[in-house]
Write a protein that binds this ligand. Structure first.
Ligand code: SAM
Length: 240
């Protein structure tokens, strides 16, 4: 019997958001693969979880994955977690998961916190469909180019690093105009959580209004663009 690879979502800030099933699973597996063992230890300490933790991050993922798949083959179960939220979503983990599938090992998700879903849920934009853009490119020229692909008729979720928030808002405003709405979700589930929805033209002012706003973790949700007007095309088609 091989073990099971559990992909376990962990809190994005508020440790109380760990689900009872996530805690039980972290207690029961043979080993926990963590993005940063120091970060995960805070969660493990909070819930009295004594399971051995090993590092699996972008710089050692292939080597660490090989050892973990070996353990899974021997019948040991493994939990994969990242520093926050759902592993393998803008986080390491996809390589290990793919290797487990290749080895015929059962992979089971423990659903839970995710910053993109949390932000989308408080955006008020219809989200029957949405585009998850993840992190925009770090350089300004590449970022501006990437924004061109985000003109879509559904909400766009964007992750951003704290030191690029002001620049990113400026680029978004230039590309999509002052009146397009944006949802800014800052420090979700934490003490200084803020959620505002405002026109892009007011975003820079909102950010500058309090010095501490420039810090913390952010998700943006951009209001959907207009769907392309196909009515004239349809009319021509009908006439034909
Ligand atoms: N895997 C995570 C998830 O499921 O959401 C995302 C990891 S990604 C490396 C980190 C980014 O997620 C941050 O830069 C920020 O954009 C977003 N994020 C994570 N926690 C957040 C929070 N508490 N509030 C707002 N954004 C957050």
């Amino acid at each position: 019997m091989t073990g099971i690879l559990y992909v376990v979502a962990t809190p994005i800030g508020n440790l109380a958001d760990a689900s009872p099933r996530a805690i039980d699973t972290l207690k029961s597996v043979a080993v926990i693969a963590c993005e940063d063992t120091r970060t995960t230890r805070t969660l493990l300490a909070r819930y009295g979880i004594a399971t051995r933790a090993v590092a699996l991050h972008e710089h050692n993922e292939r080597r660490a994955a090989a050892a973990l798949v070996e353990a899974l083959r021997e019948g040991k179960s493994v939990a994969l977690v990242s520093d926050a939220g759902t592993p393998a979503l803008s986080d390491p983990g996809a390589w290990l998961v793919a290797e487990a599938h290749r080895a015929g090992i059962r992979v089971s998700p423990l659903p839970g916190p995710n910053a993109a879903a949390a932000a989308l849920s408080v955006s008020g934009f219809p989200a029957e469909q949405f585009l998850f853009a993840g992190f925009l490119p770090a350089t300004r020229s590449a970022r501006r180019k990437a924004l061109e692909a985000l003109e879509v008729p559904w909400p766009v979720v964007i992750y951003e690093a704290p030191h690029r928030i002001a620049q990113a808002l400026e680029d978004l405003t230039q590309r999509f105009g002052d009146s397009r709405q944006i949802l800014i979700a800052r420090e979700l589930s934490k003490k200084f959580e803020e959620v505002v929805r405002l026109p892009l033209g007011e975003a820079a002012g909102w950010l500058a209004a309090h010095a501490q706003r420039a810090q913390g973790e952010f998700v943006f949700v951009l209001q959907p663009g207009q769907a392309p007007d196909t009515s004239s095309v349809d009319a021509e088609h009908v006439l034909e």
